[in-house]
Write a protein that binds this ligand. Structure first.
Ligand SMILES: C[S@@+](CC[C@H](N)C(=O)[O-])C[C@H]1O[C@@H](n2cnc3c(N)ncnc32)[C@H](O)[C@@H]1O
Length: 267
């Protein structure tokens, strides 16, 4: 494991198979909406940064067709392995295990990143680098969570873990840039300040029905998995049971998974 692979990143490596299983409930509808905002056409060259197992890269590859190219990048080798398996029939999709903030190829017609830019160590700098990979007149589309999305699942699993392991609940994350721009107006302003023109932010409402199967996939198939990294399998099973009880006791039947799909034209 490289020294970059700490915390959440290690969780993504471990989550790759469950991440793909959660895909049809969560990542795929968000990925499809992200691709739709890019207005791709046959023959386009596209960069998909932080591609995971291909929720946006695969529909992007279908949109550009055999004459186009999608370079899909993810830091996680297991995610890229899963994507290669899922896209074996799409030779125009080239999956690379790579840091999106250090990618040097340019001249793309569009750059996409679904639920990725807030993982960059410097979100503003990383996003500007992605924009700089696009030709003038091309499109940039970045999807982020709207404020409040996904938090209920994190709160319940954090409490369940604390109870089972008899420890303090995990500390709240320090607020950062993403917490200041996670509403449509502020996000549009931030994107405009990155030099994009014709900025548009679509609020893509999504609610997950929290069946026990989906509720647990939300934990083990996302960055939340990092919370479980150091626990023995028997303890993880106790956390799962306590988490599901806690959701039931709290009357939680749905999870807000709404995103903001921001797009603009590169000058
Ligand atoms: C929440 S997932 C989203 C994956 C995919 N775009 C989707 O919507 O299903 C975030 C992904 O970003 C990747 N990632 C984080 N930082 C990255 C970086 N600097 N370069 C490439 N990938 C990165 C993680 O490995 C993870 O797969």
């Amino acid at each position: 494991m490289s020294s970059r692979k700490i915390g959440t990143q290690r969780a993504f490596d471990e989550a790759a198979a469950d991440f793909a299983a959660l895909g049809r409930h969560l990542w795929e509808p968000i990925g499809a909406a992200t691709v739709a905002a890019a207005g791709l056409g046959p023959g386009n060259r596209v960069l998909d940064a932080c591609c995971g197992t291909g929720a946006s890269a695969i529909p992007a590859a279908r949109a550009v067709g055999a004459g186009g190219v999608v370079d899909a990048l993810d830091l996680s080798g297991p995610m890229i392995g899963e994507l290669r398996r899922l896209s074996a029939d799409l030779p125009q999709l080239r999956a690379h295990e790579a840091d999106a903030t250090a990618w040097e190829t340019g001249g793309y017609d569009a750059v996409l990143s679904a639920l990725g830019i807030f993982f960059f160590p410097d979100m503003t700098d990383g996003t500007e680098r992605l924009i700089s990979r696009v030709r003038p007149g091309g499109r940039a589309v970045f999807t982020i969570w709207r404020g409040g999305s996904m938090v209920t699942a994190g709160r319940h699993v954090g409490r369940a873990m604390a109870e089972v392991t008899d420890s303090a609940p995990p500390p709240e994350r320090e607020p950062g840039l993403i917490d200041r721009i996670n509403q449509a107006g502020a996000y549009a302003e931030w994107l405009s300040a990155r030099g994009l023109s014709d900025v548009d932010v679509v609020v893509d409402e999504l609610r997950l029905t929290m069946t026990p199967e989906v509720a647990w996939l939300v934990i083990i198939g996302s960055g939340f998995r990092g919370l479980l990294s150091d626990l023995e399998p028997g303890v993880v099973e106790q956390v799962r049971e306590r988490y599901l009880d806690s959701l039931r006791e709290g009357g939680v039947t749905e999870l807000d998974a709404t995103t903001l799909i921001g797009s603009g034209t590169v000058r």
